[in-house]
Design a binder for this molecule. Structure first.
Ligand code: FES
Ligand SMILES: [Fe+2]
Length: 351
């Protein structure tokens, strides 16, 4: 597929491998084996006895049983078929049927970095895995004592990761896809401003908004009051989009703004399925209640209906387009370009 094809067809967007992606919430990985598909590869995730997270390719090189069907043996995984055992490095350290171990026998071990409440994985060439490339977590409110962090959920989105990025970058959809739930009807009509940086795309909107009961619940506001709302999506392709919601009390400008930051880890499981890791950081005290988490889950199910329909139509017909873009699409189009560039960069390295 050429770069132009990739740009024209978000349901078929490929993904760059030499990048960091969220693999799991920290809370999901422990002294058990978690099987997960990341960028088309199945991995077995677990922790060693000292708590270090490990990701091994989930296929025993002996006869192919998934290692996730085996068991932990100290810091290693023992295959459930013939007992071959693999260290966290992926190296085979035991073949029960003989004393010697073929030197080259091993599985791939993927570099991981645990930060705040989640674990980032590098699915590309290990020597390129530079942890300093992981986006700054303080900016996400995740490593900032002024913010309260709540883990929401992982949702598997039935579409290409590019469709999810475009959903988050064009929040004009909230007025129509989530009527009454995330705005007072004014997001779609608000003016946008686009800012581009080397690695990120930022689109912002400002509006005078009435705190309806739904908005008051979602953003912890006083119902019936008017606020100056700033709504920003900042995306660092390919694996992170962040939505910043800031509400300033119009009647009391001296009151501290209420800020809710929603970082989304966006990780392709494969080309038509995407893991969405959702978390919030709030400038106000108190973890988000379960009712708020459930509410967001139901809203995102509405996004899934749209994303699934676009993806399925493409897969049924093999066609996408024609497509007519408007001003509000500028950010999403930049994100497409960026992701296509990252894929092209991987290709150039491999050539
Ligand atoms: S398939 Fe794993 S030990 Fe034989
Ligand atoms: Fe949405």
């Amino acid at each position: 597929m050429t770069k132009t094809d990739m740009l024209a067809c978000p349901p078929a967007m490929e993904f760059a491998r030499n990048q960091w992606y969220v693999a799991a919430f920290s809370s999901e990985v422990g002294r058990h084996i978690l099987r997960r598909q990341l960028l088309g590869d199945y991995v077995a995730l677990y922790r060693t006895e000292d708590g270090t997270p490990v990701a091994l390719a989930d296929r025993c090189p002996h006869r192919g049983l998934p290692l996730s069907a085996g068991a932990l043996d100290g810091d290693a995984i023992r295959c459930g078929y013939h007992g071959f055992t693999f260290a966290k490095s992926g190296q085979c350290i035991r073949v029960p049927s003989q004393a010697t171990i073929p030197e080259k026998m091993g599985v791939r071990s993927y570099p991981l970095v645990e930060k705040s409440i989640w674990i980032w994985a590098w699915m590309g060439e290990p020597e390129l895995a530079d942890p300093t490339l992981i986006p700054d977590h303080k900016k996400l409110g995740l490593e900032d004592s002024n913010y309260t962090v709540t883990e929401f959920f992982r949702m598997d989105v039935p579409g290409n990761y590019q469709l999810l990025h475009e959903n988050l970058l064009d929040v004009s959809h909230v007025t129509f896809l989530h009527p009454g739930l995330l705005d007072d009807g004014n997001v779609a009509g608000s003016k946008t401003a686009l800012e581009l940086a080397d690695r990120s795309i930022r689109i912002s909107r400002t509006m005078d908004e009435l705190a309806t009961p739904e908005l008051a619940f979602a953003f912890s506001l006083e119902p019936g009051k008017r606020y100056l709302r700033t709504l920003v999506t900042e995306t660092t392709p390919p694996g992170l989009s962040v939505i910043f919601n800031t509400h300033e009390d119009l009647a009391n400008p001296a009151a501290p703004a209420r800020v809710l930051i929603s970082p989304f880890g966006i990780t392709p499981a494969n080309q038509s399925l995407t893991h969405q890791f959702v978390v919030t950081a709030t400038s106000y005290e108190g973890k988000q209640p379960q009712a708020a988490i459930d509410h967001v889950w139901r809203i995102f199910e509405q996004d899934n209906v749209a994303i699934r329909a676009i993806q399925e139509r493409y897969e049924e017909t093999g066609q996408y387009g024609p497509e007519f873009s408007v001003k509000a699409d500028m950010a999403a189009l930049r994100c497409r370009l960026k992701n296509a560039e990252l894929v092209a960069k991987d290709r150039a390295r491999a050539a």
